[in-house]
Write a protein that binds this ligand. Structure first.
Ligand SMILES: O=C(O)CCC(=O)C(=O)O
Ligand SMILES: [Fe+2]
Length: 375
């Protein structure tokens, strides 16, 4: 059973996050407590339930810095990455981006802006449906796939101000179509096309990442296996009357290999932690934000960084995003690549297998999943 996001979130491990932002989980085996979609909570704005509120908040959830021009979140041109004349320069940028920020904005990725709008549109149309219609795709108790929000295990648990549709889109034979909305009509075909585009793109990126480390280009792909998975999550963040005291997503790092995020075109909200400082991720309308997840941090022996990030919300405006999490075949053992370990760079991580499951066990005990791997 995997109730935890299959992206296997891990919580921020250094200072700024007080302990009480860690959800207190009930003992394993306890059932979940029924929650209310955030979209319905908004109908009663005077009464934001306690579990969403960070009393201490206020200290500027929303006034994070914009990255400076000298050290901006790098923008990489994927077209240049694939051209022999410019590839080397772009690989250097990629290496730097993943080492320092753990993420970059990808432009010229080959997907038309009209198609990205379509992906945003089917999600928006789904969340606009009447609640009875959406509930046809509701996730089952203690599981994550389908429409729903946080699984609530304990009354003390801190909740995220977001509703989601979460789908395992690859491998193909593991698709559970009962959770795939049939309305709007083109939801499924759009998701299938988006999945195929990102499957191809994930190979391009994983190869480039290996090359940027002077490794053979399949070094990461060989480790993730033929039956690697992809999970698509549509996030819907309704407006919130007290945005200084509520988070759309609490600080975490993704447990993926890499994650592709299609941001809202107009409403910002994502922040990345770097050098103990929160930075806003600017909107570049047709870019994809690509970030390293824990499993590439492990494989790269810490050279690439899985960045802690969080989502803040907006008082007036809703925000919609789509995150695609890539993950290795759960049967594969994930460990630092041999070539990235030597006397100057000793091995930093223990091997892990089925990181998603490890994540669950650790998270439930109030521990951080990366502790399972860090030496
Ligand atoms: O919606 C966003 O901006 C980011 C969401 C995220 O970090 C996640 O779903 O893991
Ligand atoms: Fe994330």
């Amino acid at each position: 059973m995997t109730w935890v996001n299959s992206d296997g979130r891990r919580h921020h491990k250094s200072k700024p996050i007080p302990n009480r932002t860690l959800p207190v989980m009930a003992e394993s085996g306890d059932g979940e407590i029924a929650g209310t979609p955030v979209q319905e909570l908004v109908l009663n704005p005077q009464n934001v339930p306690k579990n969403y509120i960070y009393e201490e908040g206020g200290s500027g959830f929303r006034d994070a810095l914009l990255p400076s021009q000298d050290d901006d979140i790098p923008v990489l041109d994927l077209h240049r990455l694939s051209s022999p004349f410019t590839a080397q320069q772009e690989l250097v940028k990629l290496h730097h981006a993943l080492h320092s920020w753990g993420c970059f904005q990808a432009i010229n990725h080959g997907m038309e802006s009209s198609f990205l709008d379509k992906v945003r549109e089917v999600s928006k149309q789904f969340f606009e449906l009447p609640k009875e219609e959406k509930k046809k795709y509701a996730r089952e108790p203690n599981d994550i796939e389908g429409y729903g929000n946080d699984i609530i295990y304990s009354k003390q648990q801190r909740l995220d101000w977001t509703d989601r549709v979460y789908l395992k889109v690859l491998p193909e034979d593991q698709r559970q179509f009962k959770f795939w909305p049939q309305s709007p009509n083109d939801f499924r075909s759009t998701v299938l096309q988006y999945t195929e585009s990102l499957r191809l793109l994930s190979e391009v990126i994983l190869k480039a990442m290996a090359k940027s480390l002077n490794l053979e280009e399949n070094s990461f792909l060989n480790e993730t296996g033929e039956r690697s998975s992809m999970f698509l999550r549509f996030n819907y963040y309704p407006p919130c009357p007290i945005p200084d005291h509520v988070l759309g997503v609490k600080p975490h790092a993704d447990g993926s290999t890499i994650t592709f995020l299609l941001q809202d075109k107009e409403v910002e909200g994502l922040q990345v932690l770097k050098d103990d400082q929160w930075f806003k991720v600017p909107i570049i309308p047709n870019a994809l934000l690509i970030n390293v997840g824990d499993q590439i941090e492990i494989m790269s022996n810490g050279i690439f960084r899985s960045p802690v990030h969080r989502v803040v919300i907006n008082k007036e405006k809703e925000r919609l995003t789509a995150a695609m999490f890539c993950s290795p075949d759960p049967e594969k053992v994930i460990k630092p690549l041999d070539k990235l370990v030597d006397e100057t760079r000793p091995i930093l991580y223990r091997p892990v297998k089925n990181y998603v499951e490890i994540y669950f066990q650790y998270y439930q005990q109030g521990k951080r999943p990366m502790e399972a791997s860090k030496i």
